[in-house]
Design a protein. Sequence first.
Length: 831
Amino acid sequence: MTILSAAPIWGNIGKFFLVFLGWSAYVLAFGFVMFAVTRLYESLRNEQLIRNSMVFGLIVLCLLVLLESRLIMGPLTAGALADILAMPFQGWPPAVGHVLVIGLILVVTIFTFRITFAHVLMVYHFIERIIGDVPRDAEEDEEEPGVAPSRFLGQRPQFSRYSAASRAALDDFEDIDAGDEQLELPSTPSRRQLPSRSGKPAAAAARVARQPEPLVDEEIYYDDGFNSYDDYSDKTIAIEPEEYAYDEEESYYFDDEDPLNDINLHKQQISMVPRGVHDPQPLDITDHTGATRGARQQPLSFDDPTVIDDDIVLKSSPGNEPLLLDSNPRAAASKPGRQIRQATPDVPNSPVQVQRQATAAVSKKVADAVANANTPHIKSSWQLPKLDVLQAPDSIKQQIFSEDTAALAKLIQDTLRSFRVEAEVREEDISIGPTIIRFGIRPTGRPQMVVDEKSGKMVPVRDASGQIVYETRTRVSRIMALQNDLALVMEAKTIRMEAPVPGRPYVGVEIPNKNSRLVMLREVLESKEFQAAKVKSKLSIGLGKDVAGLVRVGDLAKMPHLLIAGATGAGKSVMINAIIASILMQSTPDDVRLLMVDPKMVELNMYNGIPHLLSPVVVEVEKVVSLLKNAIAEMERRYRLFSQLGVRNLEGYRKLRSQKLTQGDTTLNNLPAIVIIIDELADLMMAAPEEVEGMICRLAQLARATGIHLVVATQRPSVDVITGLIKANIPTRISFMVSSAVDSRTIIDMGGAERLLGRGDMLYLPADAGRPERIQGAFLSDDEAQRLAEFWRQQIVQHALALGADPRAVQEQPRSSPAGSCASSTAMNLN
Ligand SMILES: Nc1ncnc2c1ncn2[C@@H]1O[C@H](COP(=O)(O)OP(=O)(O)OP(=O)(O)O)[C@@H](O)[C@H]1O
């Protein structure tokens, strides 16, 4: 303006501005210059520092101040514009005009600078601090900034709404924030106490207090693991004061709805604990007698006929089996070995009646079969297959942290920050699995800042362990709410989020791996994890590889039953084949026996004729009920045997048997574990729902101790197939991809399976785990399964010869046979 007024050409223009705007012409000119400089800076840094609303507010504020000066001092310096503005006030009492204009100034200031009550309190405390003389502690002078323990450590209980003291703490929350000592917070450096470069506490306090509550948006640079300046901009967080004011309030006062809020979690947990004193339940003598009937107290009814059902024949033979089931009586009738067939009246549906019926049917013949079964001193002539039977995986590409992955990690971080969610994705939190990549999002928050003595910059406070101390933390639920936004920016077909990943301090975001590859069963079985597992249990199964590419194995003996569900084509049959192959690769028929039910008729047919089968693969739904009844009868027979011997389970029985063997006592026979595999439960449940449900539950409840295990698969995860009873009794579950979250909840009691990718991508929920684990299932081709089955079928002849069977009769037996004739080969290995 001075130049304008002085220059001859522009003099008139300058005069006009001065006449029209008065003194405010200087202020406006200064404002325009500042505006231009700031805009230039913004374009250079590609950041926004000033808001349009703020510019507008400042102009209005300037005009109001001009008006007020006109009202106070008259038309001397205020200019023509002020005269125009003051016209409405002519004739009013001067006091009214002043009050009105000053009031307007206050209102516009509040809106322009977005001033909140928190700011007012902060200014109040700041002034109070300056007025009050705060001596610095000598000890604190020596203390390095940031190495003291976090003042937020152990703070939570102060805010618990259940303690009386906490109410006061909540009311005086701002006092705590300002470092007020009256609440007895841990003695850690508060802002006013932190040492400054100059060593003057008051000056340092003034500087620190000025910085965190800026009048415009500002950026706080803090060192959170990035070493170079190039990483600097990625680590920049734009902070809006009002955003934080809101968050603070919300996180402390309005989080009742949040299921992840630790107070709500705590409430949930304590609600599960039964309260009060309960009277002991009186013993029900009838129940007790029923439960113990058939055990030690009672003589066993071994004189009854052998037969249980007219479809399935219980067969004893001088081979190595205590019990053999054959679902094809005609084929079985033509085989050597004594078979007794007797029709029984209709078996009622109730499991209790089934039990009674079956108990009566276990006869002296069975006892004979046990006595004649494989004597332990005979060394097994079975050979286990070599791993060459299975296909080797393609040369595995080393999955490394690529530029693509780094770019995705940055994209996630930037997206979260654009939504004002402070979080970071570290390189070490990225897991690259065979089919998916998991990014770990660590919720961070607003760090507590101090002035660094050396550089004079604001740096975050660190606690004794070097961790950044946060003033406010990001809530996990805020990250979870951005699931769809993340899926959008990552252009992923489907993403799945897990919060938090069990045992890790981050939220997992799983996206499909573009370089996905098959996980072959052979690489799983070759792994040291499986080798270690199979030493412990003959029922170890290779499941696949997890999101970090680590091999995952399971133990069917511990599960003790497994439910597999998923949409059609999701990979259930391949999983069942992998389970069977895992067993066939490590266990001989002396260790494990199989019973298979395959209503689809094509999935398990290839295993017909292998010596592990107790019965040919059952494809007719009507025969399944008979098969399950026989399994229950076998279970009860084993229970009685255990009861007589005083052992609790199959493991105890095996220990006792090996003890007796060392003493030369060969009276105890080998009892193999039995795995019952049902490929489609829905078909059975449609045919005889109550009967099947009752028998599956009975087996599931009691069969574990006797070494009988169930593997049940279904593609219909509805409540009429996977009933509450079945779910309650089969605790270990695998869910492949399903079509809806409801289906997912039916299987694993929580959503997530609807976001799987199919083709072997599964969620595995072990019995003892609260959350499922994502695994890429091991793949076994039909050719491999065929080769494995053929390997075992070929051994039947050698084994029969080794047991002293007639070579001519053995040669005449077909080696591989379809369902109808497989009983011959199964029977053969017993002779
Ligand atoms: N672990 C796996 N790895 C790679 N691909 C797999 C895997 N499991 C299954 N697939 C692919 O998915 C296809 C379908 O698998 P599968 O036959 O096991 O499905 P399903 O769930 O049994 O279907 P349905 O219920 O209709 O029988 C397979 O042919 C195979 O190509």
